[in-house]
Design a protein around this ligand. Structure first.
Ligand code: TRP
Length: 453
């Protein structure tokens, strides 16, 4: 199918778009509760190592694959190695994975939209601190409201994607990423100044290795993949929009560092509140929705205006971060339908909406009417998240590392990463070694660990 591919306009906009994909609910909603469940500060150390040693090289590999092939994730490997049909499976996975992710991601996106509404209406302020965390239980067990919010969130995502790469995705990320950093910093400063915040800060900074289990390693890598949007076709697709003179390693490192920083800031904004509210750090997916409102309500009548403003700031951050990520997830499917079947972006968006909202409804209802329906002891929502983050994304990342490390020639990879030798290639041998020999071993060990635990 012949068509003109759009490109990102510059290095900074490429980083913004990729950081927009990376920074999302993974950082603000998933990171804190996974840290709480799998080992606190010690987990964070493992997470940082996993990001730098394993995920960053894979990120570079995905961008390289996208830019070399100039194709969305589905066709990228086929385009570079047309005679070898084995890589087709990776193409199929890279379209399916992001669609499943959007289905459950939009559930939490919907919760955030609802909480933004609650914040605007000063609802947390008028609530008694001891009961504010129960607002969450009432909300998610309501059969309709979460669904309506989820659909609103999905629609907003698709409208931005329908506008296209330059005027939709790029523009939205360019403005929202800097704003997100300012907003989360405001939240951090506020949160750390709360009475009793010290305990939360200590929890994040003092590693206690007795809290680490083999599972912690598996979840650290899974979380790092999720947070950097790896193993899902997203970064390959975005890489294909990057101009050939841009520096791949710089872009990737810039994205990984911003993502890490944002997760740590989100942790600092949230953990003090968790301890102040007396909620268990291991409370699971509802963590931020139960604890953050507590801060606002405990400020009570003394500072109602400040409380309302800060709560709006917080949930606005969550909604914007979630949107920039979900547009990147949806873009994979849309680019595929557009390239393979020639559907216009708008038609492709409609198809994606129908598919994702169908599975999405089931994920949402798994917190209410379908909560007793379980697969391997997990609700539909938890099962989708576990299957994707801990199994499918690592598997696709593994196939990608094998493709770059073994199916492509070393000179081809070096050529693409160093822009035909025009940018400094000193780190290339290190990167190549990790990609070929270290990352695959890590991924296999982690997947096996996940399977037997
Ligand atoms: N990384 C995003 C987050 O942290 C979510 C996301 C976007 C994603 N694209 C992805 C996750 C692809 C996995 C795969 O919220």
């Amino acid at each position: 199918m012949s068509h003109n591919r759009e490109n990102f306009g510059s290095l900074t906009t490429a980083i913004f778009a990729m950081a927009g994909s990376a920074i999302g609910l993974g950082n603000i909603w998933r990171f804190p509760y996974i840290v709480g469940e799998y080992g606190g500060a010690a987990f964070i150390l493992i997470y940082i190592l996993a990001t730098m040693l394993v995920s960053l090289p894979i990120f570079v590999a995905e961008v390289t694959l996208g830019r070399r092939s100039r194709s969305s994730a589905y066709g990228s490997m086929q385009k570079l190695r047309p005679d070898d049909r084995r890589w087709k499976l990776a193409g199929i996975m890279s379209v399916l994975i992001p669609m499943v992710i959007v289905s459950y991601y939009s559930v939490v996106g919907g919760w955030s939209v609802d909480y933004l509404g609650k914040a605007l209406a000063s609802e947390f302020i008028s609530e008694d601190p001891s009961t504010v965390s129960s607002l969450f239980g009432d909300f998610i067990s309501n059969p309709w409201l979460p669904l309506v919010m989820q659909m609103l969130f999905l629609l907003a995502t698709l409208v931005i994607v329908a506008l296209g790469v330059k005027s939709g995705i790029e523009k939205f990320s360019k403005y929202s990423i800097p704003v997100l950093f300012v907003l989360i910093l405001v939240m951090c400063i506020y949160s750390i100044s709360l009475p009793g915040a010290g305990q939360g800060v200590r929890y994040l900074l003092h590693p206690d290795f007795s809290q680490i289990s083999p599972r912690s390693f598996a979840y650290a890598l899974g979380q790092s993949f999720f947070s950097l949007s790896l193993g899902a076709g997203t970064i390959v697709t975005y890489g294909s929009y990057m101009r050939s003179r841009e520096n791949i390693i710089q872009t990737s490192a810039g994205t990984a560092v911003s993502d890490l920083l944002f997760a740590l800031l989100a942790g600092l904004a949230i953990m003090p509140a968790v301890f102040a509210a007396g909620i268990e750090p291991g409370a699971g997916p509802g963590l931020i929705f139960q604890t953050i409102p507590y801060i606002f309500s405990s400020m009570g009548a003394s500072m109602p205006v400040v409380g309302t403003v800060i709560s709006v700031v917080f949930f606005l951050t969550v909604v914007v971060a979630a949107l920039t990520s979900s547009i990147s997830l949806v873009e994979v499917g849309v680019a595929h339908l557009n390239e393979k079947y020639g559907l216009s972006r708008i038609k492709a968006c409609i198809v994606v909406f129908v598919l994702c909202s169908s599975l999405g409804v089931l994920c949402s209802l798994s917190f209410g009417p379908l909560s007793s329906f379980t697969i391997f002891g997990k609700t539909i929502f938890d099962f989708c998240d576990w299957l994707i983050s801990n199994m499918m994304m690592p598997l696709l990342a593994l196939i990608t590392t094998l493709f770059i490390g073994f199916a492509l020639k070393r000179s081809e990879v070096r050529d693409e990463i160093t822009n035909s030798g025009t940018v400094n290639g000193k780190v290339f041998p290190v990167f190549y070694f990790i990609l070929k020999w270290v990352a695959p071993v890590f991924i296999i060990v982690i997947m096996v660990t996940n399977f037997i635990l």
